[in-house]
Design a protein around this ligand. Structure first.
Ligand code: GTP
Ligand code: MG
Length: 229
């Protein structure tokens, strides 16, 4: 199998069906052998039924949060490559073709809002927080990446399947990137236009996530500068 699309979803009815239909169109057009895996976090709004109707397979996550969902999806994936993306249509599935075309550039290719040509349609407050988060992580950890918190990525599966990730929330994205970088993989970035979610509401919880980010930053600094794994 060429590719597994891993899509964490928590109450994304109204988005997930359209996403899967559009993703299948792109993947079919590329002539790929693929699977689409929805990793559900306990949705109560019919997300799973909508996903299955559109032609995806759904699994229930074991670990907590977005991090637990991503871990479960990566463990279950069978493709040579894995693409991870959000299920709220912030990540337009047509862009998978661009990531796929860039797959030989690195073991990890990031759909990047913050390289030249990229864009982020976000509320100003969220945009500023995102830029601060990126600046803090990339400066302290000295990692040559502009968008370290983008969840829209392509990985060579052999490179991530062997890694162990612990973070439970969105900070898992930074953890994955830094572990791969310390392991010798320099990420490639392709400019990407991030949209606001179509339906439903955000799962970002500012205070709890701020603490998670700080603790992950501390763990990753120890990893980066050689004091622990
Ligand atoms: N399985 C699972 N999916 C999750 C969980 N938390 C968030 N997600 C999904 O992860 C993706 C990103 O979450 P969002 O709520 O969109 O976070 P965000 O993009 O920072 O917030 P918005 O600005 O509202 O889009 C979405 O597709 C969610 O459905 C979770 O605990 N479990
Ligand atoms: Mg979102």
């Amino acid at each position: 199998m060429d590719l597994t699309l891993v899509i964490p979803a928590l109450n994304e009815a109204g988005n997930i069906g359209e996403l899967i239909t559009r993703a299948r169109r792109v993947l079919d057009h590329e002539g790929m052998r693929y699977e689409i895996l929805i990793v559900d976090g306990g949705s109560t709004d019919g997300t799973i039924a909508e996903a299955e109707r559109a032609g995806a397979a759904a699994i229930r996550q074991h670990g907590r949060g977005y991090g637990g969902a991503l871990r479960g999806g990566i463990e279950a994936a069978r493709g040579d490559y894995v693409v991870t993306m959000d299920s709220d249509l912030s990540h337009e599935p047509e862009f998978i073709a661009t990531l796929w075309a860039a797959r030989d550039r690195s073991t990890i290719v990031i759909a990047s809002r913050y390289v030249a040509g990229g864009r982020a349609d976000m509320a100003p407050f969220r945009y500023v927080l995102s830029r601060i988060l990126n600046a803090v992580f990339t400066t302290i950890l000295r990692i040559p990446v502009k968008d370290i918190s983008s969840g829209f990525r392509l990985y060579r599966r052999s490179a991530i399947a062997s890694q162990r990730f612990e973070a439970a929330d969105f900070d898992v994205l930074e953890e994955i990137l830094i572990r791969l970088y310390v392991g010798g993989h320099v990420p490639a970035e392709v400019p990407f236009h991030y949209r606001t979610r179509k339906e439903g509401k955000s799962h970002a919880k500012l205070f709890r996530f701020a603490i998670a980010y700080l603790s992950t930053l501390y763990r990753m600094a120890r990893l980066r500068y050689g004091r622990s794994g």
